[in-house]
Design a protein around this ligand. Structure first.
Ligand SMILES: [Zn+2]
Length: 97
């Protein structure tokens, strides 16, 4: 099933497609700024940024929502498009440098 990934596995998959920081050359990371639960399930507020020089691109803040299944995998119900947008925006800017 395509939408069934463990939370960190799916994020790390996307990190592999992320270009290195145009300033320091390190890989950016997904930083969990906050997380919690809502009526629908769980949510995470994330930022895609370079943890070395704190550099980040436009649309670097985004939220995803999901639910944890019995096998402790996460179904991402909402926000996969935003995650991809953050990666795209970062990559586009890395190209400009
Ligand atoms: Zn950097």
């Amino acid at each position: 099933m395509e939408d069934k990934n463990t939370f960190f596995e799916s994020l790390l998959l996307d990190v592999d497609n992320v270009k290195n920081c145009p300033w320091c050359g390190n890989k950016p990371e997904f930083i969990v700024e906050s997380c919690g639960s809502s009526r629908e399930g769980l949510y995470w507020d994330l930022e895609l940024r370079c943890n070395c020089c704190r550099n980040h691109g436009p649309n670097s803040h985004f939220s995803i929502a999901g639910r944890i299944a019995r096998d402790s995998c996460v179904f991402i119900l909402e926000g996969k498009d935003k995650l991809q947008q953050a990666v795209n925006a970062w990559n586009r800017r890395a190209d400009d440098e």
